[in-house]
Design a protein around this ligand. Structure first.
Ligand code: NAD
Ligand code: WQD
Length: 339
């Protein structure tokens, strides 16, 4: 079965392609390289032995996007990762985020409906829940007013997907990721963004390898067990597995109007200081960090209730924060050597 993966040379997309290939899917990718350099295609080939075709184009381009579907009339499913994802940048450049994330989605949906593609999986985010009143967060937790234009693109994208697909026979799943991190066990691929990373795990590994002199823990005065903020870090290969399982669920489900949401986290909150300790423990590296004030817009704590994904998708994340740190570190060492 042929699956189109948008954003296939990005971080989560490339790891998902590996898992899809390992589960017998035939994959093509589209990525403009706006936040990747295409090197993941080599990693995919090394790991799976399969060469993936990537259409290097901007999904905002209606005609070029249409062309992918014309050339591949056998596409049966689309997993839509392509988006810009930097929260801070979205505050500075809201129009760019709405233009990129929403127009890409509209073009993809238009082609899905026109070409009667059967399955659609969308990358959403726990950011749709804002700062939740109750923990853990399940899928019935109210979606709150978005805290950034990026977050709003995810909320709007979920709503647009529902409005567009509800009167069609396209089955769809919105996956709300918590904090993706870690790399493929082989260290053939991991996170290599075009822009300097802003997320905790790559900042930890970049500090340890010496790309950064030191790092900051943003706040030790939260009402948590050690004062630092709590997140639910989910290994990227567990996330990849959830996409394959989502497709399988859509394929096997007889409800032609299926449209559902799933949280993807490991169900355990980890503080920033615990994450740093886990890194130091598994790598034997001492991290140079200091405590600073809170980062604006950060919430004290969030972690997932993933019972629904466990029950319906048969998904069970297998890796913990130590696996995340170990694989992210192995990848950082390779990435730094390659420059
Ligand atoms: P990423 O930046 O590594 O991958 C996204 C890819 O999409 C990039 O390779 C980029 O070049 C491509 N892209 C962006 N806009 C495009 C366009 N208009 N046309 C063609 N290609 C385009 O990001 P990621 O971490 O792999 O995230 C994948 C998806 O998951 C995104 O939708 C993101 O919002 C969502 N998400 C990510 C996280 C996270 O922390 N990484 C958390 C929750 C949700
Ligand atoms: C995690 C924790 C920081 C860097 C973001 C997006 C969210 C989702 C995932 C896409 C926080 C702390 C971080 C540092 C630190 N993305 N931290 N020092 O903010 O939970 O979520 O990525 O959908 O929408 O907002 O992730 O990795 O940036 O931060 O102390 O140098 O680490 O304060 O508590 P976040 P993060």
């Amino acid at each position: 079965m042929k699956i189109l993966v948008t954003g296939g040379t990005g971080y989560i997309g490339s790891h998902t392609i590996v898992d899809l290939i390992n589960n017998g899917f035939d994959v093509i990718s589209v990525d403009s390289f706006i936040n990747s350099d295409g090197s993941a295609l080599k990693g995919i080939e090394k790991i799976t032995g399969k060469k993936i075709i990537n259409y290097q184009l901007d999904l905002r381009d209606k005609e070029k996007t249409k062309q992918i579907f014309t050339e591949n009339p056998d596409i049966e499913g689309v997993i839509h990762f392509a988006a810009l994802k930097a929260v801070g940048e979205s505050v500075e450049k809201p129009l760019l985020y709405f233009d990129n994330n929403i127009n890409s989605l509209l073009n993809i949906l238009e082609n899905i409906v026109e070409n009667e593609v059967k399955y659609f999986v969308f990358s959403s985010s726990c950011t749709v829940y804002g700062s939740p009143d109750k923990l853990p967060v399940d899928e019935n937790t109210p979606v709150k007013e978005a805290e950034s234009p990026y977050g709003r693109t995810k909320q709007i994208s979920e709503q647009i997907s529902k409005d567009v697909l509800q009167n069609t026979s396209v089955k769809a799943i919105m996956l709300r990721y918590f904090n993706p991190a870690g790399a493929h066990e082989s260290a053939e691929m991991g996170e290599s963004p075009a822009l300097p990373p802003l997320n905790l795990v790559p900042i930890i590994t970049e500090t340890a390898i010496g790309k950064r002199k030191s790092m900051m823990v943003y706040g030790d005065d939260y009402d948590t067990r050690d004062g630092s903020a709590i997140r639910d870090y989910i290994h990227v290969m567990d996330l990849a597995d959830a996409h394959t399982k989502s497709l399988q669920y859509l394929i096997n489900n007889t409800d032609n109007h299926l449209f559902d949401f799933f949280n993807l986290g490991i169900g355990q909150g980890v503080t920033v200081l615990e994450a740093i300790n886990a890194f130091e423990k598994v790598t034997g590296q001492k991290l140079n960090y200091s405590i600073s004030g809170r980062r604006s817009g950060d919430i004290p704590a969030i972690y997932a209730d993933y019972t629904k994904a466990k029950k319906l998708l048969n998904w069970n994340p297998k890796r913990n924060i130590e696996d995340i740190m170990r694989t992210a570190w192995e990848w950082e060492k390779v990435r730094s050597k390659e420059g």
